[in-house]
Each structure stands twice: as structure tokens, then as C-alpha cells.
Design a protein around this ligand. Structure first.
Ligand code: NAD
Length: 558
């Protein structure tokens, strides 16, 4: 394996979308400049920036290029006491508010209940009336595959603890999908010491992940791929191998050969039967053509392939593999296609991460707006110094430093909880004020976070009190974040294949070193995680009730 020196190795993927950075302000303040840089960053690390697509098949940074230009112009010229309103990726106006109000408020892809269907979304999108923001694309929070990598790693480690004596050495993970998010899987698997095989139908995606060091080798065919995995398993060495192929063909073929991986999952863009999943037997060009020419046929073909794909996953499960759904609705589409027991496959959130979410421990991230990787190194040090006993975080920062290259603005993700996020952010703000960092730092989190998401087939599946489909929580979260002085607040609902399946809230703050930023960070981050704990306490989870009591969170229990 090649040595990794991530601080020296930032990856610039799109020369026409340069990674922002430096001390020069183009906007009237660092808060506006910071959000502008985050918008630039999601395009510089996105999957298809020419079409404003950041990840997850259709997750876009802005509705269209005219909307993008208007957003850039507004961010560059707006005063600190104004708020920019954005509806599904299009700016609709600036209003006078006050310097403690959010600078940007967005609502992306929220369609009224009975109309929230994939077909209605595609129609509205075709008319230019809506766009999907993914979870972090439309909110300009995406930081490349790193954004999901710790989550994937923690899932693998929980599986290791529960099923394999705490260690994945000598274990074979089979997965698919090497896109914006799925691309994190091979690196997460290797960091967990497993031998991981990741199948993707698009050779370009495999090439990209190899280029940034997430994949060790691209195997020329299935036989070679399996031989490489076999060698790594026998030698108990970590390995990440990519294979170009269709998972709906490859999974059943591996099963037919009687090979049973230790762990099986999938992160193709299966949620979207038209713009995401590629059915077996079709070239990428044929699929692109069918998207416009015959989307209904494409949906039917995708569903039929997903049925084969999931049947193979269930076959592996029956033979003893640990199989889980990694948040892409693949079970839902398989069940719709007739696989009645598709939900025998557990969802990763409920199976492995819920105890963390009960304590509002989730994917928190920070981005060095200066573009200086050294700023991240200094914040890493700060986190290690402040939380020496937090094994999840110390282990992760050590691994990430060693293995995770920066893709755009230098960034770090770390699963931190209530008070911890606030402590890190305020300390970083003080570092900015003292001139210890080269520039301000932005703080954000994934939408897949404790109080921030309702998604009955991913985040809130099988909640203890049955509250899976209630979307009040992310709405309360967003309103609360506005009243807690966050810089950017967003409410997203699902688009494409996710239409009607989810609602989430997002938040971003810019630590510019001022006392006002300190106040904003303290209120918004503390309240955000407090709500996360309350959401699970309200559902009756003991861990959350304990967290509320231990940390003095004023949850009202009836
Ligand atoms: P993406 O669109 O960037 O990439 C999807 C990849 O799947 C592409 O590389 C595509 O070529 C590949 N693919 C499609 N059909 C295939 C097939 N039949 N066989 C093999 N490869 C195939 O999407 P992404 O951002 O990587 O997201 C993937 C999925 O994960 C989405 O459904 C997304 O919503 C979900 N997701 C889950 C989490 C989580 O926390 N678990 C987070 C983000 C995204």
C-alpha cells in the first residue's frame, strides 16, 4: 500500500471550479464570504459541476446557472443585516433583518404530501420550478466523500465489535457504488482493516476514487477481483478493490459461485430509479437516452434489477453474512418489485448508530475557509487535547490524519455530541481571533443527525414510539436554528426517488473570530444538539433520557 500524507495531498478535481481560499474578501464580511466559499467548494468537489450536480444522482448546489450567478451576486453585495431567501436553489429576494439573523434561509424541494412523488418531482424539475438539494449539496455543506466516511467507518467498527471480536482483519466486505458518498466505502473499509470490494458500473467513478487514494486497485474482471480479495483476506491485510460492473449482475454471480462475504451492503444511487440506479444490461449512454425518451421503462428496468440485487443480498444474509442497508432505499424499491422480505435487511441507523444519535453524537464537520490545511491540523490537535478520553474521536482523528486526503477546502468530520461541538467551535473561533489560524472556519453537520431528519426508511426507521414519519422535528430544528442566530438554515425534503420519503434541516455557521460569532456558535450548536437529545428522549430511549439528565438538557417529560 502507498504511504499517505494527507496534509500534503489535497486533491483538486475540477480545474474550472477552483478550490477557494486566501485572505481576500470579495463579500462585505467574512460571514457572507464564508458561505460563498462553501458554495464554490461544493462545486469544486462535486460529481458533475457543469450541471451543478454535487452528489446522490441529482443533488444540486443551485437550480440552474442563472440562479447560481444571482446567488453569488447576492452573497457578494449583501450587508450583514440582510437575509437572502432561497427556494429550491433559486434566490427569490433579500430582506432587511438584523445582524443576528441568519444570512441565508433556504427551503429545498418541499412538496405537499399527496403530491410528493418521484414523477411529480421530475415534472416540476423539467419545468424548472424545483431542484433537489440532496442533504448537503443544496445547502453548500458537502465536503467530498469525507463527509460520510466516518459514518461508514463507525458502522463497520460496530459490526466488527458485535460480530467479529472487534476486528475486521481477514474479513471480506462486498459493496457497490463509488459515487459522491458511496466512494467513501473502500477507504472506510480499508481503515477498518477489512478487504473490501466495491462494484460500480461507471469506470469514471472507479478511476476518480483511485485517483484520490480511496481505492487501492481497479480489478480488470471479477475473477481477478475475487483473487485479490482472497489474497488480502488470507494475509489478513487491508485492501480496497474496485470492480467495474453492474451490481445486479455481480452480486448474484458471486452468490452463484458459493462465495459468502462477511459483510454485504450497497450504496449505489438506488433511491432514484431514473437518474440514479443503472439497470443491468444497459450501457450508461442507453440509460442517459432513456431518461428523457422513456422514463417509465427505465423505472421498471431499474426496479427489476434491484430485485435481483436485493435477492442476492438476502441470499448472502441467509448464508451468514452480516447484511445492512446503507441508506439508499434499495429495500423499499425491492419490496415494491415483489421482494416481500426485503426489510429482513436492517437499516444501518437503527442497527448500529442509534445509541450515538440518542446522545446527539453525529457527523459534525468544519472547513478551513482560508484553504490552509494547517488550520485543520491545529483544530485536530485542539480536539485531541480537549477530548483525550473520547475513543471514537481520538481514534478517528488519528486515522483521518493518516488516511483521508483533503478534496476541496481542507475539512474534517468528527462525530461529536452535545456541548462537545460547541466547545470545539468556540475554541476555534478564539483561535481565529488570536490569529492562530490562517482564516475563519465554517462549522456544519450532516442532515442525517439526531433532531434534524425524519426519514422512516433510513433515519427514523422503527423508532421506539412509532414516530418514524413525523416531520415536526426537522421543522422545529430549522425554526429553532433561525432563532438561535445560525448563519445558514435550510429545510430539505426528498427529490427524485426520495420524494415523499424524508424531511431534514441543515445549519452552517462561520467562526470569524468575533464575539458575535462566539455568541452564534454557542446558541445554535448547543440548541441543535439539545433538540437531538430531546427527540430521542421524547421517543422513550433510555440513553437519551440519561443524556438529558446528565447534561442538564431541559427536556419536558410528560
Ligand atoms: P452518486 O449518484 O454520486 O453515485 C451513485 C453511484 O452508483 C454511481 O457511481 C453509479 O455509477 C453507481 N451505480 C448506479 N447503479 C449501479 C449498479 N446497478 N451497479 C453498480 N453501480 C451502480 O450517489 P452517492 O452520493 O454516492 O449516494 C449513493 C446513495 O447513498 C444514494 O442513494 C444516497 O442518497 C445514499 N446516501 C446515504 C448516506 C448515508 O448516510 N448512509 C449518505 C449519503 C447518501
Amino acid at each position: 500500500m502507498t504511504a499517505r500524507t494527507p496534509y500534503a495531498r489535497s486533491v483538486q478535481r475540477h480545474m474550472r471550479y477552483p478550490i477557494p481560499g486566501g485572505p481576500t474578501l470579495r463579500a462585505k464580511g467574512w460571514r457572507q464570504e464564508g458561505l460563498l466559499r462553501l458554495l464554490e467548494n461544493v462545486l469544486s468537489v462535486g460529481e458533475d459541476p457543469d450541471n451543478l450536480v454535487v452528489y446522490a444522482a441529482l443533488g444540486k448546489a443551485a437550480r440552474n446557472w442563472a440562479a447560481h450567478q444571482a446567488i453569488v451576486s447576492a452573497l457578494t453585495t449583501m450587508e450583514e443585516d440582510e437575509t437572502l431567501l432561497i427556494q429550491s436553489g433559486k434566490p427569490i429576494g433579500l430582506i432587511r433583518t438584523h445582524a443576528k439573523a441568519p444570512l441565508v434561509i433556504m427551503a429545498n424541494c418541499n412538496i405537499v404530501g399527496q403530491w410528493a412523488k418521484a414523477e411529480v418531482f421530475y415534472d416540476l424539475q423539467e419545468k424548472g420550478l424545483i431542484c433537489w438539494g440532496g442533504l448537503t449539496a443544496g445547502a453548500w455543506q458537502y465536503i467530498g466523500s469525507q463527509g460520510v466516511i466516518q459514518g461508514t467507518y463507525e458502522i463497520f467498527m460496530r459490526i466488527a465489535e458485535r460480530h467479529f471480536g472487534g476486528d475486521l482483519r481477514g474479513r471480506f466486505i462486498l459493496t457497490a457504488g463509488l459515487g459522491g458518498m458511496g466512494g467513501a466505502q473502500p477507504l472506510a473499509g480499508r481503515m477498518a482493516n477489512a478487504a473490501i470490494l466495491a462494484v460500480d458500473v461507471d469506470p469514471e467513478r472507479a478511476r476518480k476514487r483511485k485517483e484520490i487514494g480511496y481505492v487501492d486497485e481497479i480489478a480488470p474482471d471479477l475473477d481477478t477481483a475475487l483473487a485479490m480479495i482472497d489474497r488480502a483476506v488470507k494475509a489478513r491485510e487491508p485492501a480496497s478493490i474496485a470492480l467495474v460492473g453492474n451490481a445486479a449482475d455481480i452480486y448474484p454471480e458471486i452468490e452463484r459461485r458459493g462465495i459468502v462475504p462477511d459483510i454485504v451492503t450497497d450504496q449505489t444511487a438506488a433511491h432514484d430509479l431514473v437518474y440514479g440506479y443503472v439497470p443491468a444490461g444497459f450501457t450508461l449512454d442507453e440509460v442517459r437516452g432513456l431518461r428523457k425518451a422513456d422514463p417509465s421503462r427505465l423505472m421498471a428496468e431499474s426496479r427489476a434489477s434491484i430485485v435481483r440485487h436485493v435477492r442476492a443480498m438476502l441470499g448472502f444474509q441467509k448464508k451468514g453474512a452480516v447484511v445492512f442497508d446503507n441508506g439508499n432505499l434499495i429495500r423499499t424499491h425491492a419490496r415494491d418489485g415483489g421482494v416481500e422480505n426485503a426489510f429482513d435487511i436492517p437499516i444501518f441507523t437503527e442497527a448500529y448508530l442509534r445509541p450515538l444519535f440518542c446522545r446527539a453524537i453525529g457527523p459534525f464537520r468544519w472547513m478551513a475557509l482560508s484553504g490552509d490545511p494547517d488550520d485543520i491540523r491545529k483544530i485536530d490537535d485542539l480536539v485531541l487535547e480537549r477530548f483525550p478520553d473520547n475513543h471514537i474521536v481520538t481514534n478517528w482523528i488519528g486515522l483521518a490524519r493518516e488516511n483521508v486526503p483533503f478534496e476541496g477546502l481542507p475539512a474534517r468530520i468528527a462525530w461529536l455530541g452535545h456541548n462537545q461541538r460547541t466547545e470545539v467551535a468556540r475554541a476555534a473561533n478564539a483561535m481565529v481571533a488570536r490569529g492562530d489560524l490562517s482564516g475563519p472556519v465554517a462549522f456544519s453537520r450532516d442532515h442525517l443527525d439526531s433532531g434534524a431528519m425524519a426519514h422512516p426508511n433510513i433515519m427514523t426507521e422503527r423508532m421506539k414510539d412509532g414516530s418514524d414519519a413525523i416531520a415536526d422535528w426537522p421543522l422545529i430544528d430549522a425554526m429553532m436554528l433561525c432563532s438561535s442566530m445560525a448563519d445558514l438554515v435550510v429545510v430539505h425534503s426528498g427529490g427524485g426517488g426520495y420524494a415523499g420519503y424524508m424531511t431534514s434541516a441543515g445549519v452552517t455557521l462561520v467562526a470569524d473570530g468575533t464575539p458575535a460569532a462566539d455568541e452564534r456558535l454557542a446558541h445554535a450548536l448547543t440548541n441543535d444538539t439539545a433538540l437531538g437529545v430531546m427527540r430521542y428522549a421524547d421517543a422513550g430511549y433510555e440513553d437519551a433520557l440519561d443524556e438529558a439528565q446528565t447534561k442538564g438538557i431541559r427536556h419536558i417529560q410528560l
